[in-house]
Design a protein around this ligand. Structure first.
Ligand code: NDP
Ligand code: HSE
Length: 423
């Protein structure tokens, strides 16, 4: 089984190492040896401490992909282009593809799936969501007899590290990000992680698979964690909650809803205990009930583990002259806007401490049809802090309520607005 590897960075180098270290086991499990025939990188002359012939390195990724003798292309470069061009060339040329590229799958998975189906080859991408955690194949295979109703996940390790650190130490966002960068969790440019782009791409992949519907990252409502303050974290603690960046994909009667945003969850929720840079995904299905998948969502070796698992599967398929079922998008459900999502809000207001304030604030909630679950007031001289938690309401109504509260004279500041999930 001849393998072309595109990329030899954090993940690719571990793929090379595992291919070498596990050579005998892999051969036995597949029924044929895996032979690495080329490794495409940006800097072919760079010294790399890897157990392969340096002559295998090339900067000509497209040339490598086009080689007639290649059976499987493994892509661990990332980004939309040129990765899409390489993978389409591979698939159209009859090669099976294994990729960890969530950005590409989240943006344009449909084009890749179509090319794979037309060529009758495999497209596997377990490593693209939640790194080492076996998640996509359970969704695609084990749960195919069931109906998934909701997927709630912590799918970004960097933001989970930052929020866990804020929760543990009381630090603000900037300080926690600095720590994450110093420890190598956050990249030099952390935008994709902290603004939720990475999680949105993964949410699109998960929702597509769970609901048999094409969802792209552009369909996903996305909010990052840059606005989460130490005061928000303290408020969450006071309520017995912690704050997590969640991806939430829900099956509605005739549509799906997919969103990524920070939210308070009760400390008793299975996702609340997921600390450090770990990932976890909570799946709810009609017959199976609640399932939890937990593990390392990033890092060279954990991600390479998922890549190797895919490589074994597609190699076995090729040897057997077969391929896995192609993309299942038959349900073709529309994606509802965030305004339709049913959510609960935790709102903290700085208000004047005088007669009629509570009634005026409550009146705004009533006007928008939002039911209040709890109100807590603490005094500060002639000012007060009102913490209001709502019952579930359409996100649109909650957003309109907050906008109107901001405009009230008696409201000095809307100190924080966070969604509450998991109850
Ligand atoms: P790195 O940046 O560490 O490595 C990228 C590799 O791609 C490098 O070897 C680089 O070459 C090569 N490369 C970049 N541009 C080109 C080009 N134009 N032509 C040929 N080679 C090129 O990335 P990671 O290993 O971290 O990530 C790889 C993929 O895995 C991405 O899709 C990422 O999203 C995904 N992923 C990563 C995880 C992680 O923890 N790192 C976790 C889950 C998924 P050179 O070595 O010469 O610079
Ligand atoms: N940047 C990602 C994270 C890598 O922090 O989870 C894994 O996809």
């Amino acid at each position: 089984m001849k393998v072309a590897l595109l990329g030899c960075g954090t993940v690719g180098a571990e793929v090379v190492r595992l291919l070498h270290e596990h050579e005998r086991d892999l051969t036995a499990r597949i029924g044929a040896p895996l032979e690495l025939v080329g490794v495409a990188v940006r800097r072919a002359g760079r010294t790399r401490d890897l157990p392969i012939d340096p002559a295998l390195f090339t900067t000509d990724a497209l040339g490598l992909v086009k080689r007639d003798d290649v059976d499987v292309v493994v892509e661990v470069v990332g980004g939309i282009e040129p990765a899409r061009t390489w993978l389409l060339e591979a698939l159209r040329g009859g090669k099976s593809v294994v990729t960890a590229n969530k950005a590409l799958l989240g943006e344009d998975g449909a084009t890749l799936h179509k090319a794979a189906a037309e060529a009758g080859v495999d497209l596997y991408y377990e490593a693209s969501v939640a790194g080492a955690i076996p998640l996509l194949r359970p969704l695609r295979d084990s749960l195919h007899g069931d109906r998934i109703t909701r997927v709630t996940g912590i799918v970004n390790g960097t933001t989970n590290f930052i929020l866990s650190s804020m929760d543990a130490t009381g630090a603000g966002f900037a300080e926690a990000l600095e720590e994450a960068t110093a420890l190598g969790y956050a990249e030099a440019d952390p935008t994709a992680d902290v603004e939720g782009f990475d999680a949105a791409a993964k949410a699109a992949i998960l929702a597509s698979m769970a609901f048999h519907t094409r969802v792209t990252a552009a369909d996903v409502h996305r909010e990052g964690i840059t606005e989460v303050t130490a005061a928000d974290v303290a408020s969450a603690k006071a309520m017995g909650c912690t704050i997590k960046l969640l991806c939430i994909a829900t099956k509605l009667d005739d549509a799906v809803s997919v969103r990524v945003h920070p939210a308070m969850i009760p400390r008793t929720h299975p996702l609340a205990g997921v600390g450090d840079a770990f990932n976890a995904v909570f799946v709810e299905a009609e017959a199976a009930g609640q399932l939890m998948f937990y593990g390392r969502g990033a890092g060279g070796a954990p991600t390479a583990s998922a890549v190797l698992g895919d490589l074994v599967a597609v190699s076995r398929n090729r040897l057997a002259g077969t391929h896995a079922a192609s993309e299942s998008a038959y349900a073709d459900l529309p994606v509802r806007p965030i305004g339709d999502a049913l959510t609960r809000y935790h709102i903290s207001l700085d208000v004047a401490d005088k007669a009629g304030v509570l009634a005026a604030v409550a009146g705004v909630f009533a006007k928008h049809g939002v039911s209040i679950a709890t109100v807590n007031q603490s005094g500060r001289g002639n000012q007060a802090v009102l913490v209001i938690v709502t019952h579930a309401a359409a996100d649109r109504a909650l957003a309109a309520t907050v906008a109107e509260l901001r405009a009230l004279d008696i409201v000095r500041a809307v100190a924080s607005v966070l969604r509450v999930e998991g109850e």
